[in-house]
Ligand binder design. Structure first.
Ligand code: NAD
Length: 494
């Protein structure tokens, strides 16, 4: 992999993309974009107003109802989507560099965990474009009756800041493959990769209005998209708090459909017969990769009492040695938290853990060593003796903070694992695979990993149970979320 310190960052055009044109926001709004590793301002990105959102929705509607997108054959549509995936792959280092500068994640994580997968996901869905099948229905009577699967229409994609490229792709891939058009609103904290994506969409030759990119604040831009009467669906990744607002907006306007990919408090259960070495690696990277700003972060580790002290002790030892610092330095293992606000949230949770009686085995403070004093760095933190009702065991922290809990039997482990409002992902570690499957059935989460953690594939659905959300990203299940089914009846001569 190239050393990113030898690359010069190429910022994208600081314009909205609406109807195939790069334009300034009507009210001249801006978003200050900062490098969280240094505190230095990178640029002012454009901030869309409600009026800009309206124009973007109109452009998406026009592209959906007529023009080249509508008349393209499914195969041609697939080719156009594939071209976008190829361009992302060709420019992955350029994209990853701005992602790393904007988000604070290491360049390695930006390439391998964010931009690379974004390209792969769009390429995967490009292949689905000409494989969307209908059905002939076995109805009673003299009828020829079939079900058509049709695109939903205009999709508002609202995404967060932790995997800006990848999560945009999780929405764009299936929406475009289904034949929908999209208005993409990235997070106000990380608009740069979406603006770069807008440039690549222009270069790819996607027909105008098929993809519109409008960075902006949750309010007014996100809210205007969520309340727009001509948006058919909002595909959202973000917090449970914002999801509740989206539900309200849908209920109060046009009952637009919603896919909601929300937060998590994912447990990893370590049974006494687990492969401790593998489990330990998975628990370490499960919480500290992408600086813990991961929806499915393994933020709770539940260890059987027989193994607890040595397992947790080793994790803490490894955490103390973790290399935290410059995201562009290839030796760095963990970069900067995304913003001052997120840094404060994380430190607030660490304080609550201490106040509620959990024991800090590693970290537990901000990292202000040397140049890090100017950035948003936290020492990788391991808490021991955590009780299930403590805030650090119940609430999503979204930072490098691990809560380690003790259990004495499997029943208790499952009870603790299921004992939060979330249900995004979980893991079980055991040599007894049958037992692993039995526990997987009892876990209330949308993904269960047995003897592995954080595995993803475009072919496997991802999405939560309980307050972790509705609907799925990835796989053909995601595609279904952008299609609606129409039954067509024809009377046959008797
Ligand atoms: P957030 O909900 O604050 O923001 C997400 C997006 O929603 C941003 O683009 C924001 O501008 C927009 N938004 C905010 N208020 C809005 C409103 N009133 N109307 C419309 N849009 C609005 O979340 P965040 O802090 O950016 O991201 C972190 C959250 O995302 C965490 O809870 C994390 O677990 C979750 N997440 C989930 C997944 C998943 O796949 N399940 C993946 C990544 C992140």
């Amino acid at each position: 992999m190239v050393d990113p310190r030898t690359l010069a960052p190429k910022l994208p055009a600081l314009k909205l993309l609406i109807g195939g044109r790069q334009v300034d926001p009507l009210e001249g709004g801006t978003l200050p974009v900062t490098n969280p590793a240094t505190g230095q301002k990178l640029c002012d990105a454009p901030a869309a107003s409600a009026q800009d959102i309206d124009l973007a929705v109109k452009a998406a509607r026009k592209a959906f109802e007529g023009g080249a997108w509508r008349t393209m054959s499914p195969k041609q549509r697939g080719r156009a989507i594939r071209k976008l995936a190829e361009l992302i792959w060709e420019r992955r280092e350029e994209l990853a560099l701005i992602e790393s500068l904007n988000n604070g994640k290491t360049f390695r994580e930006a390439v391998r965990g964010d931009v690379g997968p974004a390209s792969a996901t769009i390429a995967y869905f490009a292949e689905w474009a000409d494989k969307i099948l209908g059905e002939v229905l076995p109805v009673a009577g003299p009828f020829h009756t079939y079900a058509l699967r049709e695109p939903l229409g205009v999709v508002g994609a609202i995404v967060p800041w932790n995997y800006p490229s990848c999560l945009a792709a999780w929405k764009l891939g299936p929406a475009l493959a289904a034949g929908c058009t999209v208005v993409l609103k990235p997070s106000e904290l990380t608009p740069l990769s979406a603006l770069k994506l807008a440039e690549l969409a222009l270069e790819s030759g996607l027909p105008e209005g098929v993809l519109n990119v409008v960075p902006g604040y949750g309010e007014p831009a996100g809210e205007a998209l969520a309340r727009h009467p001509d948006v058919d669906k909002i595909s959202f990744t973000g917090s449970t708090r914002t999801a509740r607002r989206l539900l309200r907006a849908s209920a109060e306007t046009n009952l637009k459909k919603l896919t909601l990919e929300l937060g998590g408090k994912s447990p990893q259960i370590i049974l006494p017969d687990a492969d401790f070495e593998e489990a330990s690696k998975a628990c370490f990277w499960g919480i500290f990769s992408n600086k813990g700003e991961v929806c499915n972060a393994g933020s709770r580790v539940l260890v059987h009492e027989k193994a607890y002290d040595s397992f947790v002790g080793q994790l803490a030892e490894r955490a103390q040695k973790m290399v935290v610092g410059d995201p562009l330095d290839p030796r760095t293992e963990m970069g900067a938290q995304v913003s001052d606000g997120q840094l404060r949230t994380i430190l607030g949770y660490i304080l609550s853990g201490k106040e509620q009686g959990a024991r800090v085995l590693a970290g537990g403070v901000r990292d202000t060593e040397g140049a890090k004093a100017k950035g948003c760095f936290v020492k990788p933190t391991v808490f021991s003796e955590v009780k299930p009702q403590m805030r650090i065991a119940q609430e999503e922290i979204f930072g490098p903070v691990l809560a380690c809990l003790r259990f004495s039997d499997e029943e208790e482990a499952v009870r603790i694992a299921n004992g939060t409002p979330y249900g995004l992902a979980s893991a079980v570690w055991t040599h007894d695979t049958a037992k692993g499957h039995a526990i997987a059935r009892k876990l209330k989460s949308g993904v269960v990993w047995i003897n592995c953690f954080g595995e993803f594939d475009d072919a496997a659905p991802f999405g939560g149970y309980k307050e972790s959300g509705w609907g799925k990203d990835l796989s053909h299940h995601a595609l279904d979320g952008y299609l609606q089914v129409k039954a067509v009846w024809t009377k046959l001569p008797e």
